[in-house]
Write a protein that binds this ligand. Structure first.
Ligand SMILES: *Cc1c(COP(=O)(O)O)cnc(C)c1O
Length: 380
């Protein structure tokens, strides 16, 4: 397909309607056109500013600190588990998708005692089941929940789950990777010890680092817990507080991009503005897909405005790889499904995308369906 019929970002790249890496603004990409040393005073000031602003996003006041970490988001999740759950603790993982299962695997590597409370991928974690579980098992010290399970796009009720954890006097950890910046994680309203997210999802920075927003009093008690040097958030924090620098080579370009991305996030109106744009994206997408005859996996009241899971059409003429290739050639990259409950694919609403890109993607979908012979989009 030539460029006349192909949608392109200002840098000539396709739009990424995926769970990450995501489309970033031109100005975020331009912010990376520098080389800085780790001891550069400008970089040290930028590092401090980014850390402070990330704490402000959760209204963490004087009680929370930000510990940034090199690596993709998974590195920060694994760092949080290994740092906060002590070797003699027991972690309850609330599982309703692949990211919950991944945390269970991490516990194997870190040799942490782990138990699971599981709901199907299309069902949010259940506060009543959590309540019964904690009442029955006093050895559980920590509970971890995935805020938006990106496997399906389901929204888990972190406030209600947090209230149950607090009632039982246990400690809550949150993986808000795909929701942070678009959905509220309010430390004044939810009691938790740590939340992790990354530079590239709803904050729209460059991929390559994550961060943990940690209750300082809880983190201060975590010395010696981590089974890994590079993933020890306690050590990363102590070093950064003492020297204002990172342990090991800092991802300077990621930090430059994240600083600019946070500036743009604040200019858009913070969580309310960013979340509002994504909710509008999600509504356009869901409505447009249903109008074409597709069915979404989730009911609207449990759908987070992050990524939409679409059931695979039963029509034998529908060939997903060919569909994917046609959309990609038109400038829109979607994502395969990762569900066990149903054959599906996913379309993301996050990143530097708005009404024009969502409508453009729907137009490309409509054209692909008609090129494939007029597909009946109903699932089997
Ligand atoms: C994206 C994501 C992660 C981290 O994934 P990486 O590929 O390591 O960045 C973790 N948890 C959730 C819920 C996510 O959406």
């Amino acid at each position: 397909m030539d460029n006349a019929t192909r949608a392109l970002s200002p840098t000539g790249d396709p739009f990424l309607l995926t769970p990450g890496p995501l489309t970033t603004s031109l100005t975020v990409k331009q912010a990376m056109l520098h080389d800085l040393g780790s001891r550069d005073t400008g970089f040290i000031a930028l590092n401090a500013r980014v850390r402070e602003r990330l704490v402000e996003i959760i209204h963490g006041g004087g009680d929370f600190t930000c510990v940034p970490l090199q690596g993709s988001g998974t590195f920060s999740v694994e760092a949080m588990i290994g740092t906060f759950v002590p070797p003699d603790g027991r972690l309850l993982v609330l599982v309703n998708g692949a990211y919950g299962h991944r945390i269970v695997r991490m516990c194997g590597y870190a040799r942490r005692d782990v138990v699971v409370e599981e709901t199907p991928e299309n069902v949010p974690c259940d506060p009543a089941a959590l309540d019964r579980r904690l009442a029955a098992d006093p050895a559980i010290t920590h509970v971890v929940v995935v805020h938006c399970e990106t496997t399906s796009g389901v929204l888990n009720p972190i406030a209600a789950l947090g209230a149950v954890v607090a009632k039982h006097g246990r400690r809550l950890l949150i993986d808000s990777m795909s929701a942070f910046g678009a959905l509220e994680v309010d430390a004044r309203a939810i009691r938790f010890d740590a939340v992790v997210a990354s530079s590239n999802k709803c904050l729209e920075g460059a991929p390559g680092m994550g961060f943990c927003l940690a209750r300082t009093s809880a983190l201060a008690a975590c010395s010696g817990n981590s089974p890994s040097l590079s993933l020890d958030l306690y050590d990363q924090w102590v070093t950064m507080e003492k020297t204002a620098q990172w342990r090991f080579t800092p991802p300077v370009h990621c930090m430059l991009a994240l600083d600019q991305a946070i500036e743009e996030f604040l200019a858009e109106g913070g969580v309310a503005g960013r979340g509002g744009r994504y909710r509008a994206n999600c509504a356009i997408l869901v409505e447009g897909l249903r109008a074409l005859g597709f069915e979404t996996l989730l009911a609207d009241d449990i759908q987070a405005p992050i990524i939409v899971t679409v059931k695979m059409p039963a029509d034998p003429r529908f060939d997903f790889p060919a569909f994917y290739d046609r959309l990609s050639a038109a400038g829109y990259v979607i994502y395969p499904g990762k569900l066990t409950v149903a054959a599906s694919f996913r379309i993301g609403c996050i990143g530097r995308l708005g009404t024009a890109e969502m409508k453009g993607a729907l137009g490309a979908i409509r054209a692909a369906l008609s090129d494939m012979g007029g597909i009946d989009c109903r699932p089997g």
